[in-house]
Design a binder for this molecule. Structure first.
Ligand SMILES: Cc1cc2nc3c(=O)[nH]c(=O)nc-3n(C[C@H](O)[C@H](O)[C@H](O)COP(=O)(O)OP(=O)(O)OC[C@H]3O[C@@H](n4cnc5c(N)ncnc54)[C@H](O)[C@@H]3O)c2cc1C
Length: 527
């Protein structure tokens, strides 16, 4: 029989299979030899008390063979030139999972991706990190696998109403992700492992007869009445299909501008902006695991999640990367954006996280006016313009070549230029700056108050050992591309399906993947 058993173990015991089995036997009141194996279905860390525990929920196989190694399978159909066709613009998680779902339904996906394949993209990212040169088509946001490929690969989402999270995690495992993502409370793949998984997905799409085409930047839509007839790419090629999925991500500013120029409805979407904070990892470990020295070797580097209301505005931590690296995530020259990632082992010496502040329309309007930038309140691109304005200031303040302006945390709060900056993970380099020259006043003051409050919640967090790096500006899309809630079609164009983060329907890898699946399923019953 199979029995669900919940265990609370020390980190060392939870890392030892023999001890887990003996605890299962004890809990089930059977002999150790009756337990043939177990499958972990949930694993979480409980660090609330003085001692840290690992909570494990397992399906134990008692007096029956161990079937914990059975992988979920998926049936992708072979398609041919006569099959129905869907053009998927963008190969991020939304686009790729849409394409895989289309194959399950027997529809041919043709992915058009502006950037390069994963391997070529890696060279462009290295150039950005080492030489401060950005390729506007191939960077941390653009290229095979989208922003997801060179992301951190945290797969935790709160969007459990939008789709089947377990199915997305099982698909990742099917294409090579480690099994533990299916049961960890905060699953994480790591930047070093994601590219291989994306390549495996790409190979599957091609082997079933789908197409994945690189350096095919969509620059125009040919429209007749209420339908798209074709899309044109920057190299002059024209592609036609039965339906078009627009999954171009939150950084495709040219797509937002194109839609607006062609009078295709888009809407301004509030988002959040702030900075990335980096602490020494051992400091966060000691705060979270209550340890004076090194953390227990059986525990992962500690994470945190913080939220604070300041003057009616939400300030919150975002995309926390224990053992991680701060990365230059801009897509264009002259604009600076920081984000974070970590390798699968999370074995860097630093803990970084975005700390961001909600931005509402009145904030964006006021900041643009102060900067002397002409704006109209009903401009759907207003948040995008605000975002770009701050990114340009950050670039200038950093001194060029993607050096990022930075300040120690307590100096930030007291508005003092830091005489030195701590050793840090940001490869292009940091420039000591007064970040009030970069951040709009309402963001600066909300952050300054929040840092002090966070220091009360996590003793040791508010310290000059931490560095504040500007600017974390691409937290989500500044634009929404509307769609009908039931048909998921754009209100003006019946065969255009806005999808994923860029269209405003996802906020991370898993939610973008679920949105891609959702759109593809509806297309399958529509075309
Ligand atoms: C450094 C970093 C770390 C991150 N860490 C995490 C994390 O740990 N967990 C998490 O859940 N999320 C993380 N994210 C966010 C996550 O990557 C995105 O939420 C997710 O990738 C959105 O998926 P998407 O498919 O909607 O869009 P994207 O992944 O942005 O993909 C859009 C694709 O469209 C392509 N494209 C754009 N314009 C065109 C055009 N005109 N023609 C053709 N192609 C075009 C782009 O090149 C890109 O490949 C991180 C992001 C970054 C940058």
């Amino acid at each position: 029989m199979q029995q669900k058993i919940i265990l609370k173990l020390s980190p060392a015991d939870a890392a030892d299979e023999a001890i887990i089995i003996s605890n299962i036997a004890k809990a089930a009141a059977v002999k150790i030899t009756s337990v043939s194996g177990y499958l972990i279905v949930k694993k979480s860390i409980d660090a609330r008390g003085k001692n840290v525990y690992i909570n494990l929920t397992v399906n134990a196989f008692i007096n029956e063979p161990d079937s914990s190694n059975i992988k979920k399978t998926f049936s992708f159909k072979n398609v041919n030139p006569d099959s129905k066709k869907v053009i998927v613009i963008g190969s991020g998680p939304a686009g790729i999972f849409a394409a895989l779902q289309l194959l399950e339904k027997g529809i041919k996906p043709i992915i058009l991706e502006r950037g390069k394949d994963v391997r070529a993209r890696r060279r462009d990212i290295a150039k950005l990190n080492k030489e401060g040169i950005v390729n506007p088509e191939s960077n941390y946001c653009f290229g095979e696998g989208g922003a997801g490929t060179y992301s951190d690969g945290k797969l935790y989402t709160r969007s459990n109403k939008r789709g089947d999270i377990d199915r997305i995690l099982d698909l990742f495992v099917n294409f090579g992700a480690p099994q533990n993502i299916a049961y960890d409370a905060h699953p994480h793949i790591g930047t070093n492992k994601l590219p291989q998984i994306i390549i495996a997905m790409h190979e599957k799409i091609k082997s079933c007869g789908g197409e994945v085409l690189f350096e095919k930047k969509v620059i125009d839509f040919k429209i007749t009445g209420s339908k798209i007839d074709a899309v044109t790419t920057a190299n002059g090629e024209i592609f036609c299909a039965d339906a078009y999925i627009l999954a171009t991500g939150h950084s495709a500013r040219d797509i937002f501008k194109l839609l607006h120029f062609k009078n295709i409805l888009i809407e301004a979407k509030p988002f959040a902006m702030g900075v990335r904070i980096e602490h020494p990892q051992h400091l966060i470990d000691s705060v979270q695991y209550h340890c004076a020295t090194e953390r227990d070797i059986n525990l992962p580097p500690a994470a945190y999640s913080l939220v604070q209301q300041v003057n009616g505005k939400g300030v919150f931590s975002f995309c926390m990367c224990p053992g991680g690296i701060i990365a230059p995530a801009a897509t264009d020259e002259g604009q600076l954006v920081v984000n974070g990632w970590s390798p699968s082992k999370r074995n860097n010496a630093f803990a970084n996280s975005g700390i961001v502040v909600q931005v509402e329309k009145e904030d964006a309007v006021a900041s643009l006016k102060t900067a002397g930038i002409e704006t109209k309140e009903d401009d759907p691109l207003i948040f995008m313009k605000f975002q770009q304005m701050v990114e340009e200031k950050a670039y200038k303040e950093g001194g060029g070549n993607f050096k990022a302006p930075a300040q120690r945390m307590q100096d930030f709060v007291t508005r003092k230029l830091s005489e030195t900056l701590p050793v840090n993970s940001y490869l292009p380099g940091l420039t000591s700056s007064k970040l009030q020259n970069v951040l709009p006043g309402f963001i600066y003051s909300a952050l300054a108050e929040a840092f002090q409050q966070f220091g009360k919640k996590l003793k040791g967090y508010y310290t000059n050992e931490a560095v504040v790096v500007a600017v974390e500006s691409r937290t989500s899309s500044p634009v929404r591309i509307p769609r009908n809630a039931e048909t998921l079609q754009h209100p003006q164009l019946s065969n255009l399906y806005p999808c994923g983060e860029g269209a405003g329907y996802a906020g991370g890898i898993v939610s973008a993947a679920m949105d891609g699946e959702r759109v593809a399923k509806l297309i399958a019953v529509t075309i």
